[in-house]
Design a protein around this ligand. Structure first.
Ligand SMILES: Cc1cc2nc3c(=O)[nH]c(=O)nc-3n(C[C@H](O)[C@H](O)[C@H](O)COP(=O)(O)O)c2cc1C
Length: 134
């Protein structure tokens, strides 16, 4: 899964390299660009009225069919980017007939970051890890 808010994103390049490696190692990989899964900011009223936004549902269905994730996400202001957090917020919501955190539970996550900054996105990954750990 790549979180791309920039066409020439370093994280996009990084996750494609990782996806190629995983494929060569025998994994079935689906590369996800969050730009293709645009969704509104989490809104409890919208959720109550309409359920998950169509792209959140679509992404959740993809995640449900996979055993793990490789996430490459930039660090924004020393933390997780809003795009990634919003995506996790929507896909973490329980839908009818699903268990809690259905598309996250029992899955392995690899997390990566690329940044021209001195710490290479490390501080953001601490927060991504904390979120996924829960
Ligand atoms: C809103 C914003 C906040 C940023 N904050 C940080 C930061 O805290 N640490 C860092 O290393 N880079 C930061 N950057 C720089 C990004 O790491 C850099 O733009 C990087 O190339 C973004 O990833 P991408 O190449 O995948 O788009 C920030 C960039 C933006 C737009």
């Amino acid at each position: 899964m790549q979180e791309v808010t920039r066409t020439d994103s370093f994280n996009k390049k990084l996750v494609r390299i990782a996806a190629t490696g995983a494929t060569e190692a025998g994994a079935d990989v689906t590369v996800v660009d969050l730009r293709d899964f645009h969704m509104p900011l989490y809104d409890g009223d919208l959720e109550q009225k309409e359920g998950l936004p169509p792209n959140a549902r679509k992404l959740k269905d993809i995640m449900l069919t996979h055993q793990g994730f490789l996430i490459s996400s930039p660090e924004y202001n020393s933390s997780v980017s809003a795009v990634l957090k919003n995506t996790i917020d929507w896909t973490s919501r329980q839908s009818e007939g699903e268990t809690s955190l259905a598309c996250f539970k029992g899955r392995v996550a690899g997390i990566m970051s690329a940044s021209p900054g001195g710490l290479g996105g490390l501080r953001g990954l601490v927060h991504v890890r904390s979120i996924l750990g829960t």
